[in-house]
Ligand binder design. Sequence first.
Ligand SMILES: *Cc1c(COP(=O)(O)O)cnc(C)c1O
Length: 458
Amino acid sequence: MDYRTIIEPFRIHAVEPIRMTTRQERLRAIEAAGWNLFGLHADDVLIDLLTDSGTGAMSRDQWAAMQHGDESYAGSPSWFIFLEAVHGLFPYRHVIPTHQGRAAERILFTAIGGPGKVVPNNTHFDTTRANVEATGATAVDCVIPEGRVPSLRHPFKGNMDLDLLDRTIRVAGPGNVPVVFVTVTNNSGGGQPVSMANIRGVRAVCDRHGIPLFLDACRFAENAWFIREREDGFASTPIVDIVREMASCADGMTMSAKKDGLANIGGWLAMDDDGLAERCRNLLILTEGFPTYGGLAGRDLEAIAQGLREVVHEDYLRYRIRSTAYLGDAVAAAGVPAVVPTGGHAVYLDARALLPHIPPLAYPGQSLAVALYVEGGIRGCEIGTVMFGAQPDGTEEPAAMDLVRLAIPRRTYTQSHIDYTIEVVLRVAEHAADLRGYRIVEAPAQLRHFTARFEPLG
Ligand SMILES: *Cc1c(COP(=O)(O)O)cnc(C)c1O
């Protein structure tokens, strides 16, 4: 079809009301939350773009699959349905279910991390970095230089800088690098895709040094769609085949089913290495559960299995990527600085460029995120110095970028919700010069962005 409008490929089957609030109500709510959007009561949020993780709408067929859930402690039929669905895309010998992605990370890095170890990644997601560092290991980001500059266009801005990766491995000593990670799409770098050629290139570097390669595969389907759209030779390759090819380049994966699993909870860790799988399963039993359910109910395993069948549909992916670009294009057309091109799951506003009068250590991203909430009830997420600025030694440094992520939950909001969001962003941008910075008055040692309390600067 050659129509310009790409419609939502579904109609609405159950309705969740959202509550209108006044600006005064929102000001009171955010002040009470210590100016931290994570501290809000979600009923006080109108359009919740905090994350696309676990916030999507499940399909009729996923809800039906949940009724099929079998809660046997060991060997549940739901486990085998889940395993078959995962293997259809990622045929690794061992699949270890976990309650979400970070549990897979914690288990893996507990098994292979530790002081003196170095883990390269294109860009570590916040929980990935925290789980690497919690073992005493060092997390190193090796994304291509274009990936660090919001305004620079590149079709695969999530690509690994292969020379930097090679140098990082040589400096650390290959024996100190237990794994190399590639995050698809590159969430913290703007939801930007990684090309198949680059994944193969990372594989070659890993082979040269005898190091295993793992995918942080949370948005594997969105990445596969970009490969099909943008990389030579894939225009007519089925999405499933692209996913399998990505998988075949790696030795294992971590996954959050709350993203491209189209589920509200769940994840897994998968690998070919028998010995490593044995160690990971032992850790799994300690904190997550028996290896055929890993902290999930049988019904969750069924919902994920059905989600994996739906997420590789072309109609779904075309709508998904287009609807995210719709927001990104509108913001860019109005001259609001943002990461370009738009990534798969979110639009990333460039708060550092929009608020040049607020230095990074006064958190321009926090300022912009709070302003979007107060102005229009829209909840985004700071991805910048609040999230990444705290150093392991207790000091603070500006993050590479100060972004505000507007993440789009899957199959949840309609075009009019997004049109409203665009209006609010433009209104806030018009008054950008009036926004003030923040200081942190209280913060935990790790992952401070979740619970820190702030104070507006005078
Ligand atoms: C969400 C996410 C994770 C962690 O998964 P959770 O299910 O939230 O624990 C890890 N890596 C990336 C790239 C993610 O987007």
